[in-house]
Design a protein around this ligand. Structure first.
Ligand SMILES: NC(=O)c1ccc[n+]([C@@H]2O[C@H](COP(=O)([O-])OP(=O)(O)OC[C@H]3O[C@@H](n4cnc5c(N)ncnc54)[C@H](OP(=O)(O)O)[C@@H]3O)[C@@H](O)[C@H]2O)c1
Length: 279
């Protein structure tokens, strides 16, 4: 099958969940997929990208998106190996839970450093390579939480709102160079996301503890009873086969309704619905 943007794919955060499912699906369609994980072993220096072969055509590169050096090393490594990067999918992320009052600046920064600055680093280092090639595609994995803020996960939402804003701007900046940018907004999906959730230290002994625990229990239940990332894989396939990909694709019927309500309902009504669910 003709590959609109080319066949060299870099997926940041492909050791688990959505990134892993996307990597497997694209590899089966004949793409040369390079996935990443922080856990790929390096011999001496953590910032030096190395590659392990997992069979098929998925090769794993060492990457911590929180490090400039690591992000640059991973992108340089792929440029050296393949001469180009045709498609970048930014999946690396985790959820920070905690009331705003209970969250320290350091905890909030860690969230932003992965979910927002991590994607920024990857876009920043990859864009010149795509520009040189005259084409390319960047897909950022955002969240419904990037459209509607959730109590006790405000900093997760904030990092995704920020990602949404950056992606919208980047899309217009890169368009003249033939590079397309799009994002996907998943809802609750059964992945490693639930287990990797980090709670703000002060949540353990907080004035909000009862509501916080109830709210997080609801999120955990919804994620764990959510679908596997099949819909996300389909959304990625739709985007990579489109010469004019949408700004955003909301995945899942419930999330499509939520996103629609967000645009048409007054803010107070949206707040009432979200409060009923999570506060
Ligand atoms: N699951 C959901 O319900 C849901 C809903 C909406 C949006 N999302 C978003 O979907 C994306 C994928 O999450 P998922 O659900 O597939 O979760 P997951 O199974 O936990 O996968 C997260 C991936 O991110 C990577 N990662 C985390 N921190 C990293 C760092 N500092 N540097 C490099 N890689 C890092 C992990 O790799 P290593 O740990 O191996 O490095 C892993 O491959 C995230 O951006 C998440 O916010 C998830």
């Amino acid at each position: 099958m003709n590959k609109l943007y080319g066949d060299v794919v870099l997926i940041a955060g492909a050791s688990s969940g959505m990134g892993k499912a996307i990597a497997e699906a694209l590899s089966q369609e004949g793409y040369k997929v390079y996935g990443t994980s922080r856990k790929v072993k390096t011999e001496s220096n953590d910032e030096v990208a190395v590659c392990t072969d997992t069979g098929g055509f998925i090769k794993m590169i060492q990457l911590d998106v929180c490090s400039d050096e690591s992000a640059k090393a991973a992108v340089d490594f792929l440029k050296e190996k393949e001469g180009r990067i045709d498609i970048l999918v930014n999946c690396a992320g985790f959820a920070l839970a905690g009331a705003v009052e209970d969250t320290t600046h350091e905890e909030a920064f860690r969230e932003f450093n992965t979910n927002f600055f991590g994607a920024h680093r990857m876009c920043r280092y990859t864009a010149p390579i795509m520009r040189e090639n005259g084409k390319g595609l960047i897909i950022n994995i955002s969240s419904t939480a990037g459209l509607i803020s959730v109590p006790f996960q405000s900093f997760y939402s904030a990092s995704k709102y920020a990602l949404e804003a950056m992606t919208e701007g980047l899309r217009m900046e890169l368009k003249p160079y033939g590079i397309k940018v799009s994002m996907i907004e998943p809802g609750d999906t059964k992945t490693g996301f639930t287990n990797s959730r980090v709670c703000a230290e002060a949540s353990r002994d907080s004035v909000y503890k009862a509501t916080f625990d109830k709210s997080i229990a609801r999120m955990v239940k919804d994620e764990q009873s959510g679908p596997p990332p099949v819909g996300i894989v389909q959304a990625v396939k739709r985007i990579i086969n489109s010469s004019n990909p949408p700004v955003r694709q909301v995945v899942g019927p419930v999330n499509k309704v939520l996103a629609f309500l967000k645009w048409i309902l007054p803010d107070r009504l949206v707040e009432y619905i979200v409060s009923k669910l999570y506060a």
